[in-house]
Design a protein around this ligand. Structure first.
Ligand SMILES: [Zn+2]
Length: 153
């Protein structure tokens, strides 16, 4: 038995303690972290569904967790907001005229409670990036919009 093992995925070397490694049966030894990463990637929908169910079942606990995360990560959140704002600026074409700017503004001003202005093609999409133009905006119920994230369907 060797003293250490190496992850075939990330190259991490660690002590040969079975609880730290996965894939013995398949003969493809990977570290626990990579295992969970692969699992999460392969089971995105299952995990999202689990999370939704958990949130529904224990709304108070979820809110508390979220609050804790928010207060611990204010700088991270700010960075995300800034990144989003930057992408919005880059996504606003120079040829947009004043009327079209007003249309965009009006979309935000007239947005009713419980709804959000959504970019039909997300500004920070995985594959394509949409534009911050009137015809790429729509109203979506907040809950739907949050679930959509950066996915473009
Ligand atoms: Zn690894």
């Amino acid at each position: 038995m060797t003293e250490t093992l190496q992850c075939v995925r990330c190259g991490h070397v660690g002590p040969n303690v079975p609880s730290l490694w996965r894939g013995f049966k398949k003969g493809r030894i990977i570290c626990k972290k990579c295992y969970y990463q692969e699992y999460a990637l392969a089971n995105k929908e299952v995990i999202a569904e689990d999370k939704r169910r958990w949130i529904k079942a224990d709304r108070e606990r979820f809110k508390a967790t979220q609050k804790r995360w928010t207060s611990k990560n204010t700088k991270k959140i700010l960075a995300r907001v800034r990144k989003y704002q930057a992408s919005k600026i880059n996504a606003t074409p120079k040829w947009l005229d004043i009327e079209q700017f007003k249309q965009i503004e009006a979309m935000y001003i007239n947005c009713i409670k419980g709804y959000e202005v959504d970019h039909i093609v997300p500004l920070q999409g995985d594959q394509v990036c949409g534009l911050h133009v009137p015809w790429n905006l729509q109203y979506l119920p907040m809950s739907v919009n949050r679930r959509k994230g950066n996915k473009h369907e």
